[in-house]
Design a protein around this ligand. Structure first.
Ligand code: ASP
Length: 438
């Protein structure tokens, strides 16, 4: 029998009704042996995530405020789920213990992790699976970095003898035993770690959308569905702002080429999106997805013959590095070079950087272009399909959008364009429409 690791997000576990759907999904496939839950998220009845309540509770305690309101809210939600499902977990006792530790300064990570911990206890009883506290098996080093080698060793050994288990997402422990969490949304990472440790055949990530769309559905009504996407394409799109999965959840499974299937708890018959190592085995659109972000600055430097001048690019980048600013892109031609930087990072130092470039590079001119949005059009098949760029730029021209910058990443799976912030939405729609049915 194969092994599937299944992770359920907060909205999939937000109340007793959602928990029932989760149980049906897990029981529908005996290969779904290891289950990683998030904390209860938003539901029609509650407009707030348990994790946010836990952070607030800790903050109120730290500032000597009256914590009862938040504590009761958290208790009522967990008790409500337990009672509705007829479970026996001693939520009240667990929460009294948690409160005592928080009053003794256990801290924000401990507080936040308790949502997953308590939800894990409930789900384990409900499914009849063993409960494994993530603090025992997910390890961080003393500097707070995830300890991949030791975790994988420990976890695979532990799970060899346990056939079916629930392992709460989002946290683990430091060498001194204190709780440490991943960044927000980190249960995705735990799911991937468990999948890697047992060398799962599949990592299923159950959420409240049926996988990925070619573009953010808030921008385009009825966008194209993405059936399959490679890890690399997903990284490019996540970097440019597309979010369904935590971006660090790719690394643990990448090594072992374990596919990830993003599925919808509320539409279990929808096959969702497969994230796979490579796409050689299937056909599809030339363009997989389009994502972008606003608010970049372009520094455009001109100097006749710069291509022949040794060290020119290095000196430009050194002037930027001096101010601790990373650069996003650097398209260049014979006599000009552009560096794209994030507005928020460059704001206070732009004039100093320009002075520096004048001193170290003696350019003919330097121009600053503010308010630029970057849009990435990503597709592994772009490399082999003729006319993709032509179609992209014709669509933009037809929509009367002026392209201020073009960069085709050397990976050849990505064409990045810069347009004015105010043209962003129109440009994304134009590109989507040009490739939706291709
Ligand atoms: N509950 C945590 C959060 O809200 C982690 C997760 O859901 O993945 O960020």
């Amino acid at each position: 029998m194969g092994i599937k690791v299944v992770k359920f997000g907060g909205s999939s576990l937000a109340d007793a009704g959602q928990m029932r759907k989760v149980k049906d999904i897990v029981q529908a496939d005996p290969e779904r042996r290891y289950v990683v839950p998030s904390a209860p998220g938003k539901s029609p009845e509650y407009d707030i995530k348990i994790t946010d309540l836990l952070y607030t509770l800790e903050n109120v305690i730290e500032n000597g405020g009256n914590h009862e309101f938040y504590f009761n809210m958290i208790r009522d939600r967990f008790v409500g789920i337990r009672d509705e499902l007829g479970l026996t977990v001693n939520i009240e006792g667990e929460l009294d213990h948690i409160l005592e530790r928080l009053l003794n300064g256990a801290g924000a990570d401990y507080a936040a992790s308790r949502g997953e911990y308590l939800n894990g206890l409930l789900l384990a009883e409900y499914l009849g699976y063993a409960f494994i506290d993530a603090a025992e098996v997910i390890l961080f080093d003393k500097r707070g970095r995830y300890d991949e080698t030791n975790t994988e060793k420990l976890l695979s050994k532990r799970l060899k003898s346990i056939d079916r288990a629930v392992i709460p997402g989002f946290y683990g422990s430091l060498p001194n035993g204190n709780i440490k969490t991943f960044s927000r949304g980190g249960s995705d990472i735990t799911g991937a770690i468990v999948a890697a440790s047992v060398r799962a055949d599949l990592y299923e990530n159950w959420t409240d959308v049926s996988g990925f769309y070619m573009v953010d559905p808030r921008l385009v009504p009825d966008p194209g569905k993405v059936e399959s996407i490679t890890y690399r394409e997903l990284r490019e799109l996540s970097y440019m702002g597309a979010s369904v999965l935590h971006e660090d959840s790719i690394f643990p499974v990448y090594k072992y080429a374990i596919p990830i299937n993003v599925r919808n708890t509320n539409e279990p018959s929808d096959p969702g999106t497969m994230i796979v190592p490579s796409i050689e085995n299937f056909k599809g659109r030339a363009v997989t997805g389009i994502a972008g972000k606003k608010n970049f600055t372009i520094i455009s430097i001109e100097k006749t013959g710069m291509n022949a001048e040794l060290g020119f690019g290095r000196r430009v980048l050194a002037s930027i590095e001096k101010y601790g600013i990373p650069f996003e892109h650097m398209p260049s031609s014979i006599d000009s070079l552009c560096v794209v930087l994030e507005d928020s990072k460059v704001r206070g130092s732009i004039n100093d950087i320009i002075d520096d470039i004048h001193r170290s590079c003696e350019p003919d001119s330097v121009e600053i272009i503010n308010g630029i949005a970057l849009i990435a059009t990503v597709g592994k098949r772009m490399r082999d399909s003729i006319g993709t760029a032509a179609r992209l730029f014709s669509a933009l021209a037809e929509a009367d959008i002026n392209v201020r910058m073009i960069d085709q990443g050397s990976s050849e799976i990505n064409i990045i364009i810069g347009v004015k912030n105010e043209d962003f939405e129109r440009a994304v729609i134009a590109i989507h429409n040009a490739f939706r049915d291709s």
